[in-house]
Design a binder for this molecule. Structure first.
Ligand SMILES: Nc1ncnc2c1ncn2[C@@H]1O[C@H](COP(=O)(O)OP(=O)(O)OP(=O)(O)O)[C@@H](O)[C@H]1O
Ligand SMILES: [Mg+2]
Length: 354
């Protein structure tokens, strides 16, 4: 029985078993994650209690029960009790020769999630191609730049007239500015220095930086899951990623910083697929701001390097953040509308050598 339970919990499809009165008898880990519930909360409950406005859901269950035949409904929209709206494919199978313990087995697959997985794979591929191009270009700029700077320094020492140093200073200063830009273009260090860390310590560090940067004007609300275990990650790089995301929120809200509110939320998620890998346990961090939102025409390319909506932006912040999350085997997603912009980081917690 225990083995069977392990088997059920290791598949990524949500499974719910119901009795003849549509009361929940069992639900696997993926089912609990999808329906945002726990065994303790839902066993014995009527299936209708899981979903608000449950007519479609109950209809597909009753259909299978009444006809004693499997029934499939595709792309059904379910409003969970938590307020979250999910789109799922539902396959309901009556159990003909069950021992009476359960009468119906319901399989639930999130449709949006599947779309997201392929979108994520495409995004990662496109991102890697453009980053490789930019990294190559950055290398080519960096080498001669060192030469230009060195020559200007030598020249400065040989100048017959000190007033002329103004010009060599300009060369050196601009070369330094260009070097900093090129360093950012080269992106994060590809080698992660991982250690066992508490993700909240990292987020709190960034929260302090951002609060100070805003002169204590933004309100940062925290909604952490204190039970999140420590996991292997690169502290400095994750600080950079979260900082880039939060700094954007500050900059977008700049004219009205006093009204800027950022919510930091952490959760664990079981049985979660990133790319093509199903992870047993994933850490999910939401960074939500109430600013004006990302301009609609920018949203499809917001993670592409050098795409910016700001006059003085380099358009590298999010691309760097995304690279860092990818290096951790994770994913970064974004959803934005005026008044609510959400960046979601997923970091696998079950890899020990990320
Ligand atoms: N929270 C947000 N609210 C509104 N717009 C955003 C938000 N985050 C990002 N953006 C938009 O996405 C663009 C790209 O962001 P990104 O951080 O990649 O580059 P940048 O901020 O322009 O420049 P850099 O970070 O390199 O200084 C921003 O210019 C901004 O227009
Ligand atoms: Mg930025």
């Amino acid at each position: 029985m225990k083995q069977l339970r392990g088997l059920l919990d290791s598949i990524s499809t949500g499974i719910v078993a119901l009795d003849a009165n549509l009361r929940i008898v069992a639900v696997n880990a993926a089912g609990q994650a999808l329906l945002e519930t726990s065994e303790a909360r839902c066993i014995g409950q009527h299936a209708g209690n899981l979903i608000l406005r449950s007519a479609d859901w109950l209809e597909s269950l009753q259909h299978a029960l009444a006809n004693n035949m499997p029934h499939a409904s595709r792309g059904v929209s379910l409003l969970l009790v938590s307020g979250q709206d999910i789109r799922v494919d539902i396959i309901t199978t009556p159990v003909l020769d069950g021992d009476g313990a359960f009468k119906l087995v319901v399989e639930l697959t999130a449709v949006e999630r599947l779309l997201n997985i392929s979108r994520h794979e495409n995004a990662q591929h496109a991102q890697e191609t453009s980053r490789a191009l930019i990294r190559g270009l950055a290398h080519e700029i960096k080498n001669p730049l060192g030469g230009v700077r060195g020559a200007a320094q030598l020249l400065a020492k040989e100048l017959p007239n000190a007033a002329l140093a103004e010009y060599t200073d300009v060369i050196i200063r601009e070369a330094d500015r260009l070097r900093d830009l090129v360093d950012r273009l080269l992106g994060p260090n590809r080698q992660l220095a991982t250690e066992l860390l508490n993700i909240h310590e990292i987020i709190e560090h960034v929260r302090n930086l951002i609060t100070a940067e805003s002169g204590n004007r933004v309100i940062v609300k925290r909604d952490y899951d204190p039970s999140l275990p420590e996991f292997h990650c690169d502290r400095a790089q994750l600080i950079q990623a979260v900082l880039n995301i939060m700094r954007n929120a500050l900059q977008a809200a700049a004219p009205a910083l006093d009204h800027c509110e950022i919510i930091l939320r952490s959760r664990s998620q079981r049985q979660f697929t990133i790319g093509a890998t199903l992870h047993r346990l994933v850490c999910r961090i939401d960074i939500i701001d109430n600013g004006p939102g990302i301009p609609a025409d920018l949203i499809p390319a917001v993670f592409t390097p050098m795409v910016t909506g700001r006059a003085d932006g380099t358009g590298l912040g999010l691309s760097i953040a995304q690279s860092i999350i990818y290096l951790h085997g994770g994913a970064l997603e974004c959803d934005s509308r005026p008044g609510e912009t959400r960046f979601t980081l997923y970091l696998p917690m079950d890899t020990h050598d990320a």
